[in-house]
Design a protein. Structure first.
Length: 425
């Protein structure tokens, strides 16, 4: 409970500074983090990193170069299921190849039979020849035997070719190995940038999205590989997905302007407000791409911009106990608070209260609010629909990393818009 009072006292003090500085009117209503007011451990102190939804696992389906494709049955953008036919081979050509191979096999058998007959005839003649004449027969017979061994071996190879062609005849349909979406179709062949032959069909796994972001070397410990993360919509941060960091590409720093080494750098600011180039090398912070594997991914769109944050359990259900001063009509049937909507506007929100703590003057909120909400201190001047400025514990931190957008900070934060962790491009 002492934690609640500490947060509340600091928040109200900062709120007074933000709303009453110089007696000037503010253009928005300051709303405070519920997690901060409730003193929840770690809430409101989570770095958020900007990211973009990219294609996940890609599978390339190549054609047999020895066969002719009869028809491609899919087009770019089509959704396919595992086992669905992607393209078919020309069976007429395959049948001709099989017939030709069988004729060659039969001819090879006839040649072998002829050589065996010749060998038998020479052996008879050798038996009837004189001792001096047998030597020449022996030499001729040995040559025929060598030819027979080679012919029989070639006949075995020909049989394997026939078996292959027969199998190919029965497999004239090439099917999708997975559920997915058609990413590319290359009926005319061609090569990629590396000179490799393009696959006939490229698929991307259904729901197999990944998120690409950028992380600063200064906060590399915030998102090590394997870290569980929460992915939030930038339009409505109550819409979220779960995932984990699959890889951080430390070998390829992100290139950007202002760096002779090709590494994007943060520069310290001089007293006149300009970047100090002389100190840039010592204060440089390189950025690196990282990738997040998404669990499910329903509702995500390719190219969608999102926010990524480490999952510390901040979305788990936690007890919310808030001071009475934030509630209106506490003794009535429908107590309510001034809360920030998903559209960053002030709204009246009904809540359910229970378990009043007289000593601390707090109520347990069981419905109507979550730790991720923001509420305003009641005031007669407040009106529904007013723009809001969000305030949380990060407002007390003067060492905000320019590579991250702190949890709860929207673009309407007092004093300017919140920065993000290098939007992935």
């Amino acid at each position: 409970m002492k934690k609640i009072l500490t947060f509340l006292g600091a928040a109200i003090l900062l709120l007074a500074l933000l709303t009453g500085c110089g007696g000037q009117e503010t253009t928005s209503v300051t709303v405070q983090s519920v997690s901060m007011l409730a003193g929840l451990q770690g809430a409101g102190q989570v770095n958020r990193y900007a990211g973009i939804v990219t294609a996940g696992k890609q599978t390339d389906v190549k054609k047999d170069d020895s066969r002719t494709v009869a028809k491609v049955l899919v087009a770019v953008g089509d959704s396919v299921t595992k086992g669905q036919t992607l393209f078919t081979y020309d069976t007429a050509t395959a049948q001709l190849d099989l017939d030709k191979a069988q004729l060659q096999y039969q001819q090879m058998q006839l040649d072998i039979e002829a050589q065996e007959t010749q060998k038998a005839q020479l052996e008879q003649e050798k038996a009837a020849a004189t001792a001096d004449g047998q030597l020449s027969y022996t030499t001729e017979i040995n040559a025929i035997e060598n030819a027979l061994r080679e012919a029989r071996y070639n006949l075995t190879l020909q049989q394997k070719e026939i078996d292959r062609l027969r199998t190919a005849m029965g497999e004239n349909e090439v099917k999708s190995p997975m559920d997915g979406r058609v990413l590319a179709v290359n009926e005319n062949g061609g090569t990629d940038s590396s000179g490799n032959a393009k696959p006939l069909v490229s698929l991307v796994e259904t729901g197999g999205y990944q998120i690409k972001g950028r992380i600063n070397e200064m906060n590399r410990t915030d998102l090590p590989e394997g870290t569980s993360v929460i992915i939030r919509s930038r339009v409505d941060d109550t819409v979220l997905w779960k995932g984990s960091v699959s890889r951080i590409d430390w070998e390829n720093p992100v290139s950007g302007s202002g760096s002779s080494s090709g590494v994007m750098m943060d520069k310290t600011m001089s007293a006149t407000g300009g970047a100090s180039d002389s100190s840039a090398e010592m204060t440089a912070a390189s950025k690196y791409p990282f990738y997040v594997t998404v669990e499910g991914g329903e509702g995500l769109l390719l190219g969608q911009h999102v926010l990524i944050e480490p999952d510390y359990g901040q979305t788990d259900t936690q007890e919310l106990r808030l001071p009475t001063a934030f509630f209106t009509d506490v003794s009535g049937d429908a107590p309510w608070v001034w809360a920030a909507s998903a559209q960053h506007k002030l709204e009246k929100r009904t809540v359910r209260l229970t378990d009043y703590d007289e000593q601390m003057d707090t109520w347990l909120v069981t419905e109507g609010l979550t730790a991720e909400d923001y509420i305003a201190f009641p005031d007669d001047t407040l009106k529904a629909g007013a723009a809001v400025s969000r305030l949380d514990v990060n407002a007390f931190d003067t060492m905000v990393d320019s590579d991250s957008a702190m949890s709860g900070m929207g673009t309407d934060m007092p004093g300017g818009s919140a920065s993000t962790a290098g939007v992935a491009e």
